[in-house]
Ligand binder design. Structure first.
Ligand SMILES: C[S@@+](CC[C@H](N)C(=O)[O-])C[C@H]1O[C@@H](n2cnc3c(N)ncnc32)[C@H](O)[C@@H]1O
Length: 500
């Protein structure tokens, strides 16, 4: 199943935040992984079971819901080249802190103009140049390099030029990286996002271990363990997942863009951050007007609720996300007489016996139907296994809208069965959540558990809603098909009687 994620989603590094994603089945397909070859640092996936401690925090940053360092940040930005703004940081209803209009803002207006001198990128200067040189020497890819960079700058405190920026970053970014394994198992059991979160945690741990083994342990003076440890890496990756921007007009360069990263996401706007060559700064163009006091939003890309929870730690209000989708797991039956042949065909096209496909409220991808055809096809169709498997893979460019009318009903029934089995998992969780024992010992823990449970309930409700819609469509199609078949059978019988 993990394989499916690699195909339909980005794994370790998500479709980078705050930018439009390149939809494939309505899903982002861009992958920026640490495993870019050839690299000296291969950030392998650790198999060790790590227990994140939900209470540990880094000694810098601020509370996510406080404005404590916001004023200093604004002053520093203005003094460092940020032009006067029509927005300021304030407390907001959606996203705790955000940018709020100070003046009337028109639809179609360009805002921000953050100059490149304020971007944090893989080329930024290090307060400790020796540490930067070592990482460059090892050709560390952008993500782990940036993760190490922001820890290094945070630990440099006032001697870092980013001190005001780092002090205004959340001490604990909202992201599934901050859920313990027990919390993921307990609250997200029904959703495939649980598996994505486990993979992401494992990847971050693997990345840190790799850096530690290959580099940090060789230069303990430059990378002391008190500073460069699992906890600080969880923080820095949490920051990257929730704030890093890919700038299409700068050849896809990734950057932290102070100020721009104070904007919250709305599913109702379609405006994205990018570098504007004419004004030489990061901008976005409003797609609606704002009045003074209103919060201004951008889009973080066409992401499902699960992806938003995974990287940003929130779930949009029910029914507001047109890009929402749910992962439907499908598997070949072990009892299938052609199991081996079918698996061979799937493997040939980079797939495995279990695959997940995204379903949206508007439908499902052609690849899913191709997989279903393969799963239900009889031995007599073995010659078609290869084309079915190819069409089930989103890598291949072959024609995907295959149609095998003889087995269409079976294929639809197969998808319906998988849908119903997923729906029952969600129903079980949602029913149990009402009376779930939160198992806590302190008020702080209680708050956290109530908060996480609510996020999980919101996610599962939205995912189940999509599955209910798919179930309705599938049942109707099957009913029409069967009644059509019945009618045809009756006509055939009638004709036979006439000829008799
Ligand atoms: C790029 S930052 C935006 C600024 C952030 N609110 C702050 O105070 O630093 C992304 C984070 O903002 C919050 N956020 C953004 N959009 C949100 C939304 N629509 N609902 C709830 N939280 C949101 C999430 O915590 C997310 O991880």
């Amino acid at each position: 199943m993990a394989e499916a994620y690699r195909i339909f989603h980005s794994t370790l590094f998500p479709p980078l935040s705050l930018q439009p994603s390149n939809p494939s089945h309505g899903y982002p397909s861009s992958v920026l992984s640490l495993k870019q070859a050839p690299r000296k640092v291969q950030c392998s996936v650790s198999t060790s079971e790590t227990k994140w401690n939900a209470t540990q925090q880094v000694p810098w940053g601020c509370d996510a819901d406080s404005l404590e360092n916001a004023e200093d940040l604004q002053k520093w930005l203005s003094g460092s080249g940020l032009p006067p703004q029509k927005m300021s940081i304030d407390k907001v209803e959606v996203g705790e802190r955000g940018l709020v209009a100070l003046k009337n803002i028109r639809k179609g207006e360009k805002l921000l103009f953050v100059p490149p001198s304020l971007f944090i990128t893989a080329d930024s200067e290090w307060s400790s140049p020796e540490a930067g040189q070592v990482l460059k020497q090892y050709s560390v890819p952008d993500w782990p390099l940036l993760a190490t960079y922001i820890i290094s700058e945070a630990s440099a405190q006032k001697s870092s030029r980013w001190c005001n920026y780092i002090s205004a970053l959340p001490r604990q970014p909202y992201s599934l990286l901050y859920w313990t394994r027990e919390e993921l198992d307990r609250y997200l059991e029904a959703s495939q996002i649980r598996q994505r979160a486990i993979e992401r945690v494992t990847d971050v741990i693997g990345t840190y271990n790799d850096l530690r083994l290959r580099i940090f342990s060789k230069y303990p003076d430059l990378f002391p363990e008190e500073v460069f440890n699992m906890e600080t890496f969880r923080w820095s990756f949490g920051i990257l997942f929730s704030r890093l921007v890919r700038l299409p007009s700068m050849d896809g360069k990734v950057a932290l863009v102070p100020w721009a990263d104070m904007l919250n996401h709305s599913c109702e706007v379609e405006t994205f951050l990018d570098y504007d060559k004419s004004s030489q700064g990061v901008v976005f163009t409003t797609d609606r007007a704002y009045q003074p006091g209103e919060q201004v939003f951008i889009s973080y890309g066409k992401k499902s609720n699960g992806e938003l929870l995974l990287s940003y730690g929130f779930v949009p209000k029910e029914g507001t996300n047109p890009s929402d989708s749910v992962e439907l797991p499908l598997s070949l039956k072990k009892s299938d007489k052609c199991y081996k042949e079918k698996l061979g065909a799937l493997k040939k096209h980079g797939l495995s016996a279990s695959q997940c496909y995204p379903i949206q409220i508007t439908g499902w991808p052609l690849e899913l139907m191709a997989y279903a055809y393969l799963a239900v096809s009889p031995p007599s169709m073995s010659k078609q296994f290869d084309e079915m498997a190819a069409a089930a893979s989103n890598k291949s460019t072959i024609k995907k809208d295959l149609r095998y009318s003889d087995i269409e009903e079976k294929a639809l029934q197969f998808i319906l069965d998988s849908c119903e089995s997923s729906i029952s998992k969600y129903s079980k969780f949602l029913q149990a959540s009402g009376s779930m024992d939160l198992d806590v010992t302190s008020p702080k823990q209680l708050n956290r558990s109530v908060f996480l449970k609510q996020l999980a309930v919101d996610l599962c409700t939205s995912e189940q809603r999509i599955l209910f819609r798919a179930q309705y469509i599938l049942r109707r199609r099957l009913r029409d098909m069967r009644s059509g078949e019945l009618r045809a059978l009756r006509i055939f019988d009638g004709l036979r009687n006439v000829f008799k």
